[in-house]
Design a protein around this ligand. Structure first.
Ligand SMILES: *Cc1c(COP(=O)(O)O)cnc(C)c1O
Length: 386
């Protein structure tokens, strides 16, 4: 049996007709830059996330970059991010001329640890603590970070909060949607996210009228009006074609999220029935609404061997992420840590993402769990385990 990590073709089949009609309409209009499709999507995403505004941008990475720019963060500033996340979270910080400060994560949710955030801030010498301007909590794998303590710490220290919600559209923390709790919420429409475009795209949510305006000016080279540049921005526009496609997919998002959640529940049953709960750790549900962009298990050792075994059985998996950011070569010359980061180091060696996409079948899931069970039962497994 083949079980790919993600199968977008099956989803496309179910919306093909509707998408092709929308794309045809856009082609007929020949209006490819901003305009009604982008405005409609901005309104729809703001409503969906519970914010006053949303600004369409060219990717999740652009969303992070333009949020930092709008907040006026740049040279001499420090921005805190978890060390266990996709590279873009910290890459954006360096691109505006600031320096990231990496903080450890919670062992069960893999999200930014509020206690470690507090610890890192307290360990900084005064001069450096004054340079800290913002925190970027990441809602990793589709589950919100522990926002209440994080927001409280940020309020106390006067820090801007930029939520990296690229993996978490529709996720909730105490009834509030991802992207509505901080000053900015950053979303990605990369095809593998729960709400994926047919290419790149992204969105920034905010409830500040002032920031909404600033973001819109920045995404078009800082011009307002045209050819009169108030600021130095860039071309960070969301493509109208992508906005049209994402607008259609948004109508189905809650249905797809429910299917991902049902798949997660089914995995829990299958893993329990197979007696595997002593060996692998399943994702912890710590917040109200986990949207399962990824279903990430933790394997105490021989993770890479298991991954190879599954590949040989036709099962796609991925490691998000094999190297924590503080270990990345590009940050080697920067002062990016003040605390040890053992939880992220362990996660990098032990996490494994299994297929969880909405169209995955019960048979495919049973097969995945069976093959994981086989791996831990095989005699060679015992040999190499010793
Ligand atoms: C995907 C992702 C991004 C970047 O989004 P792109 O649209 O690929 O630029 C940023 N942060 C996280 C956590 C992501 O998963």
């Amino acid at each position: 049996m083949k079980v790919p990590l993600l199968d977008l073709k099956r989803q496309y089949e179910s919306i093909r007709h509707e998408v092709l009609l929308a794309v045809e309409e856009l082609f007929d209009s020949q209006q490819f830059i901003l305009g009604p499709p982008v405005e409609r999507l901005e309104k729809a995403i703001a409503d969906y996330c519970g914010t006053a505004h949303a600004v369409g941008v060219s990717s999740g990475s652009s969303a992070l970059l333009i949020s930092l720019m709008a907040a006026g963060i740049g040279a001499g500033d420090i921005v805190v991010t978890p060390t266990y996340t996709f590279f873009a979270t910290a890459g954006a910080v360096v691109r505006v001329g600031a320096v990231p400060l990496f903080v450890d994560i919670e062992p069960d949710s893999y999200n930014l640890s509020p206690t470690q955030l507090e610890e890192a801030l307290s360990r900084l010498p005064d001069s450096r603590r004054r340079a800290v301007r913002a925190v970027i909590p990441v809602h990793l794998y589709g589950q919100c970070a522990e926002m209440d303590p994080i927001l409280e710490i940020c309020r106390r220290h006067g820090l801007v909060v930029i939520e990296d919600a690229a993996q978490a559209i529709g996720a909730e923390c105490h009834g509030r949607r991802a992207g509505s709790m901080g000053d900015f919420g950053c979303f990605s429409f990369f095809p593998s996210k729960n709400l994926g475009a047919f290419g790149d795209g992204g969105m920034v949510t905010t409830s500040s009228q002032e920031m909404d305006e600033r973001l819109k000016i920045l995404r078009g080279h800082g011009a307002r009006p045209k050819y009169y540049h108030k600021l130095v921005g860039g071309n960070f526009r969301l493509d109208a074609l992508q906005a049209a496609v994402v607008g259609i997919k948004l109508k189905y998002l809650d249905r797809w999220t429910a299917a991902r959640q049902a798949n997660a529940d089914r995995y829990r049953h299958y893993f329990a029935d197979a007696g595997l709960l002593e060996i692998v750790t399943l994702p912890a549900e710590k917040q109200d609404r986990h949207i399962y962009n990824q279903f990430v298990i933790r394997v105490p050792d021989r993770r890479d061997e298991l991954r190879n075994h599954l590949r040989q059985q036709g099962i796609g998996t991925e490691v998000y992420y094999p190297v924590p950011l503080h270990r990345q070569e590009c940050f080697a010359a920067m002062d990016v840590t003040v605390t040890p980061l053992p939880v992220a180091e362990a996660a990098a060696a032990q996490t494994l993402a299994l297929p969880i996409y909405p169209e995955l079948t019960a048979e495919q899931q049973a097969y995945v769990v069976e093959k994981i069970g086989d791996f831990f039962k095989s005699p060679s497994a015992h040999l190499t385990a010793g």
